[in-house]
Design a protein around this ligand. Structure first.
Ligand code: PLP
Length: 446
């Protein structure tokens, strides 16, 4: 496959953009394919190569690259009236009403411009509302590029995960292993009255899609209730994808105090939100005194795109379609890698999927429990399938980046940059796309 135009563009980009990109995950080896346009479930690169796309903007593009007529019309008419005002508009009220109507924990929202901004504000809100400073996060979870959550290490030894984050900031964050009830109980035992909030993805979407074990979130809910800490679900990735319009919290049946959104809620444009009960969210200025503000917040074009995308999903078979194809992919991948497991584990749920390469250890202890790991305690593999971010991170990653992803790209399949990032099915994908994709996976393993 000729990608010489992409190579030349990357050569220029390296002079003027650090690492040649504006988000680190885009710098795929040996150089990224520069995208010229999208077409349904496909992207076409600068050399005219066509790929089936499972990156889907890293999550926002629930409907694929061609916006339905209603979304396109709303975006164009909003734009033609002028880009933004610094004054309220009707469209942001309508989107907030829509979110409040569908998501169990949400009575009101504050809109922002990204997932990072949503989690920054949610953490400040939790601290301001409770008057406490510590935030518990999950090792291997991701909440955007922000100081309070770019923290790794153990509860007793939290360290910045990036230069530029002061150690003194990291000390207010407690990283714990996901799915480990005893670990979180010990933290609440020791620090219960200092914890402002537990911030977690409902499933570890940024570590390939590790699902919660039965009862884990219920226990988090109890611990937060007993101690007066807030339970914060970061649904930036899962929101309006897992569990459909009720989001992952509806599917799991656990209602957090606060929820952060972004990605799909902007319908392909930059938007994010912090949602929750009025009692808490009204702590934000100007209703309360926790400072929160933004020139572009509630941007009319992004609000229009988000609202019409969600309305389209409510009125069409979007979730049935994407979840069925997600299941078909996970099932197909489970079959392709069956006699190779546990060298490989299929993760994800609904329209998210990922094949994780795990290290060594050849003997398979039995079949997987479903179309991908379901954390079923009765499954023969239960003890060996990934439960935490560390379980996924310890597994092989060089193979994905150096061998697997480039081979799939040459076969016309556009996958995420590394084995930690989930992949997404859109409403534009077809059964034929999925079958072609499974053929490419099969060819790689033969
Ligand atoms: C993508 C993501 C973020 C960050 O959102 P940005 O819009 O990239 O700032 C935060 N949390 C989760 C769970 C995400 O998947």
């Amino acid at each position: 496959m000729n990608r010489s135009t992409s190579r030349d563009l990357y050569d220029r980009a390296l002079d003027v953009l650090p690492g040649g990109v504006n988000s680190s995950v885009r710098a795929t080896r040996p150089y990224p394919a520069f995208i010229e346009r999208g077409d349904g479930a496909h992207v076409i690169d600068a050399d005219g190569n066509r790929y089936i796309d499972y990156v889907m903007g890293y999550g926002p593009l629930l409907l694929g690259h061609d916006l339905p007529e209603s979304v396109r019309a709303a975006v164009q008419s909003t734009l033609s009236e002028g880009p933004m005002y610094g004054a309220p508009t009707e469209i942001e009220v309508e989107l907030a009403e829509f979110v409040a109507r569908h998501v169990p924990s949400v009575e009101m929202c504050r809109f922002v411009n990204s997932g990072t901004e949503a989690t920054v504000s949610a953490v400040r809100l939790a601290r301001g509302y409770t008057g406490r400073e510590k935030i518990v996060v999950m090792q291997g979870g991701y909440h955007g590029a922000q100081e309070s959550t770019l923290v790794e290490g153990s509860p007793d030894d939290p360290r910045p995960s990036s230069p530029g984050v002061p150690q003194s900031f990291a000390e207010h964050t407690i990283p714990v292993p996901f799915n480990d009830t005893e670990a979180i109980e010990a933290i609440f035992e020791a620090h219960g009255d200092e914890i402002a909030g537990v911030l977690t993805e409902p499933l570890l979407g940024n570590t390939a899609g590790v699902l919660p074990v039965e009862g884990y979130h219920e226990r988090l809910r109890e611990l937060c209730d007993e101690s007066g800490a807030l339970l914060i679900f970061d649904e930036v990735m899962t929101g309006f994808r897992v569990g459909g319009l009720q989001c992952a919290q509806g599917k799991l049946g656990v209602t957090p105090d606060l929820t952060t959104f972004a990605k799909i809620v902007g319908g392909g444009f930059p938007a994010g939100a912090i949602g929750g009960p009025a009692e808490i969210v009204e702590s934000f200025t100007p209703a309360g005194d926790v400072f929160q503000s933004g020139t572009f917040s509630g941007h009319p074009v992004a609000m229009a795109a988000g609202l019409e995308t969600l309305r389209y999903a409510a009125e069409n078979d979007v979730y049935d379609h994407v979840n069925r194809l997600g299941e078909k992919l996970r099932q197909g991948l489970t079959e392709i890698t069956e006699d190779r497991a546990p060298g490989y584990t299929v993760l994800g749920t609904d329209s998210m999927f990922k094949l994780v390469f795990t290290r060594g250890d050849a003997a398979a202890p039995g079949p997987e429990c479903g179309a991908g790991c379901r954390q079923d305690p009765d499954c023969d593999r239960f003890d060996r399938c990934p439960k935490t971010g560390a379980d996924v991170e310890q597994s092989e990653t060089e193979r994905w980046e150096r061998l697997f992803r480039p081979a799939m790209l040459d076969d016309g399949i556009f996958l995420t940059a590394n084995q930690l990032e989930s992949q997404f099915v859109s409403h534009a994908h077809t059964d034929e796309d999925v079958e072609e994709t499974l053929e490419a996976y099969k060819a790689y393993f033969e």
